[in-house]
Design a protein. Structure first.
Length: 214
């Protein structure tokens, strides 16, 4: 597997680019209340950013992704589903413990706020787009330049965790990163496998939001 940093810099450039363009356009239209409008449309802007990234990834990596889908066996599917259940249960238990302890969870709070402003678009962004993008960046791309599996799991999970929140909450996301990295490695570095597990985990989170914020 050759070194491939494209997912990382494409993610950064496209995400920031769409955010800046959207902010500039809205700022020109709503000169007085631009900040408030951007806040209210945060879910729409995030969706647009993620959609642009997903389309770009699918265009660049369509052949590789098709090959990885074909390589998934029935055993892999069973393993992914079983591992996903473990990921969901562990993530949910730790999340509940943190919430009960009053731990600040900025990433989750931001998602909830954006979700309340745009339920459908944020639901799609969190449940489908984010898992695919993050697996391409943190699992696929990181594994191309970190050859040692142990170092890969540690580094990719730490970066994944820190970018989702700094503090005690980092432990939650680092743990999720470790589990996803293990699924990725167990399926012979198949990014589709870890993406499916990530999608199942995030979909469960969205269903929980649907129940809590009807």
């Amino acid at each position: 597997m050759k070194k491939d940093l494209k997912p990382i810099w494409l993610y950064i450039l496209i995400y920031i680019g769409v955010q800046l363009i959207a902010g500039f356009i809205l700022g020109m239209i709503y000169t007085k209340d631009a900040t408030e409008v951007v806040y209210k449309l945060s879910g729409v802007i995030t969706f647009a950013s993620y959609l642009a990234i997903v389309i770009t990834f699918l265009i660049i990596y369509r052949k590789q992704l098709k090959e990885r889908i074909k390589k998934l066996t029935k055993k892999d599917i069973i393993y992914i589903i079983g591992a996903s259940i473990i990921v969901i249960v562990v993530n949910e238990i730790v999340s509940r413990i943190f919430i009960a302890a009053g731990v600040d969870m900025p990433n989750q709070d931001a998602v909830i706020e954006a979700y309340q402003n745009s339920k459908v678009l944020m639901g799609i962004s969190v449940a489908l787009f984010a898992p695919f993008i993050e697996e391409m960046v943190f699992r696929y791309s990181f594994s191309t330049f970190i050859k040692n599996d142990t170092v890969f799991v540690i580094v990719s999970s730490l970066v994944f965790g820190i970018l989702h929140g700094v503090g005690i909450v980092t432990i939650l996301y680092v743990g999720l990163g470790v589990l996803l990295a293990m699924i990725y490695l167990h399926t012979n570095k198949n990014v589709i496998a870890s993406t499916i597990a990530h999608i199942l985990n995030n979909t469960f989170a969205i269903i929980t939001m649907l129940i809590l914020f009807k």
